[in-house]
Structure formats: structure tokens, C-alpha cells
Design a binder for this molecule. Structure first.
Ligand code: DHB
Ligand code: FE
Length: 288
């Protein structure tokens, strides 16, 4: 059976792409953020996942304001990146796992999530940069991927409770997949940031640290937030927290922390990286 071995959450600002291209990983501005990935690299080298299920928010490269699915899942054999206008290099194509995608889609629809199924997806910086941070060096991507997109752009947005439940349904679907594969989850976005308006540049470190604590110890507390509360406390783009909440919902077992780093700012954003491990809970205990 498929196994969810862990989950990585990370901020995804486009300037990470520029920092990688210009080899600025050791610059004092970037070093604490890039260093946060050393334990991630060690863990990936040890655990060798087969597939990454990447939960992220498309920013308009794939879904635009004319048609905006609340939740959408890619079901292709390959995914391409394209120029989004940030001036960062376009990443090489990513392998898909269409069979696993369809399994997740079928289970989600059976579970009353009416998601949009996509046989072509252009993946944006929220997908590509976390992958480049996980697997630096430009080698072939060592994992197949499943993109899961959430609407963080056009109101009305899905609420945190719904995102948490979506994650739970994704986790259940993955763990019912009959092939013996190891799956790593990604939740990319956040933490606090606001890119426009009167509060542009707003970052709320205490709230971000509270979220990181709840990610490990009490994800229900995140699911109880409202989107208004998140916008108030984390800025209008802070709603990208939804990707973290969904990712955490998908972790079905006992969850422990491998690493956690917070470094501000990266670009306009509270820069946060967390790696959580998922330990299977025996069925008899899980049922109690
Ligand atoms: C920035 C952050 C984002 O989440 C994003 O999608 C684009 C830009 C930033 O902080 O610059
Ligand atoms: Fe973003």
C-alpha cells in the first residue's frame, strides 16, 4: 500500500528562483532560509520518496479570474512550468503520476469533494520553487508529482475547515492506493504577507510562530480559524496558509517534527520551513 512518510511546508516567494539562479544561497539575506533545507535534504536522501503530492495555490499561470476552480488536481504524465513574469528561470518539466492522480480524484469525488480534474496543468512558482529547494543541483527530478491547486486568489475562498477536510480526504485516498510507494506531501505558501494595499509588507511573526506550533501539535486550531481572521492576522496573501492546513489534514498518523525554521523577511514574506514525519498508527489504535 502507499504510505505517506512526511510533509514539508515552505514559503514560495518568486525571488527564491532568482537567488538560486544567481547562487546567493550563502548571502546573509538568504542563508538562514536555504540552510533550513539541509535537514530536508538529509531526510529525502534517507527516505527516498517516490511521489510528491504538491498542495499549492496557483497564482494565475494556470487558473485565471475568468475560471477559478476552488480545488483542482492534475492528472497528467508531465507538467510544464512557464514564464510568469517574475524574471526567474523556467524549470524543466516534472514527471506526473497520472494513475495516482486519478485514484485521488476518484476517491475525492466519492467523498463529496467536487474537484476540477485537469489533464494539462502549467505549474507555477508555488510548485516549482519548493521542488527546486528540495532537490537542488539541477539533476532530473527524482520523484513523480501530483499537483493539487487551491484557490487563494478570487473570493469566495474555501474556508480553513474545508481545506483541512480536503487534506484528510487526500490522505485517506493516498493510503488506500494499492501500490507500494512512499509519498511525501508538500504544502507551499505563506506565512504572513500582504503584497498590495495599505498594509503592503505586513508580517506578523507571533502569529506565524503560533501557526507553526499548531501545525505540529494542534492542527484543529488552524482549521477553526476563519479566512477573515487569517487576513486580519496574516495579511491578504496570508490565506496561503490554507495549503499548510490541507497538507496537515492529509497526515493520518502520529506526526513528529524533523525540523522547523522561521526567518524574516524573505522578500515580503514571513519565511517558514517545516518538515514533519508521519508515523503509521496501527489500525486497532487508530479506531479507538
Ligand atoms: C511574494 C510572495 C508570494 O507568496 C508570492 O506568490 C509572490 C511574491 C513575495 O513575498 O514577494
Ligand atoms: Fe504566493
Amino acid at each position: 500500500m502507499a504510505r505517506i512518510i512526511g510533509g514539508l511546508t515552505t514559503s514560495h516567494v518568486p525571488s527564491i528562483g532568482k537567488a538560486i539562479a544567481q547562487k546567493q544561497q550563502q548571502d546573509p539575506y538568504w542563508k538562514p532560509f536555504f540552510d533550513a533545507f539541509h535537514p530536508v535534504h538529509d531526510w529525502l536522501a534517507r527516505e527516498k520518496p517516490d511521489v510528491a503530492v504538491v498542495i499549492y495555490n496557483d497564482h494565475g499561470l494556470n487558473n485565471f479570474l475568468d475560471k477559478m476552480p476552488t480545488f483542482a488536481i492534475g492528472a497528467a504524465h508531465e507538467y510544464h512550468n512557464a514564464d510568469e513574469g517574475w524574471g526567474i528561470p523556467v524549470q524543466k518539466p516534472f514527471k506526473g503520476d497520472a494513475k495516482l492522480s486519478w485514484h485521488i480524484i476518484e476517491n475525492l469525488v466519492a467523498d463529496e469533494f467536487d474537484i476540477t480534474m485537469c489533464q494539462e496543468v502549467l505549474v507555477d512558482h508555488a510548485f516549482t520553487l519548493p521542488m527546486a529547494l528540495m532537490y537542488p543541483g539541477g539533476q532530473d527530478w527524482p520523484v513523480r508529482t501530483v499537483p493539487v491547486m487551491m484557490n487563494s486568489v478570487q473570493h469566495p475562498l474555501p474556508n480553513p475547515r474545508r481545506c483541512y477536510k480536503l487534506g484528510q480526504a487526500i490522505g485517506k485516498a493516498i493510503e488506500s492506493y494499492p501500490e507500494d510507494i512512499k509519498v511525501v506531501l508538500l504544502g507551499t505558501g505563506g506565512l504572513s504577507h500582504q503584497l498590495d494595499g495599505e498594509r503592503a509588507g505586513f508580517i506578523n511573526k507571533p502569529f506565524d510562530l503560533w501557526c507553526m506550533d499548531k501545525m505540529l501539535n494542534d492542527p484543529e486550531a488552524l482549521a477553526r480559524l476563519s479566512n477573515h481572521e487569517i487576513v486580519e492576522k496574516a495579511g491578504s496573501q496570508g490565506v496561503e496558509l490554507m495549503t499548510w492546513i490541507a497538507m496537515r489534514g492529509a497526515m493520518q498518523g502520529r506526526v513528529t517534527q524533523i525540523s522547523s525554521t522561521y526567518h524574516v523577511p524573505i522578500s515580503n514574506t514571513g519565511g517558514a520551513v517545516m518538515l514533519l514525519e508521519n508515523h503509521p498508527v496501527p489500525r486497532a489504535i487508530a479506531a479507538e
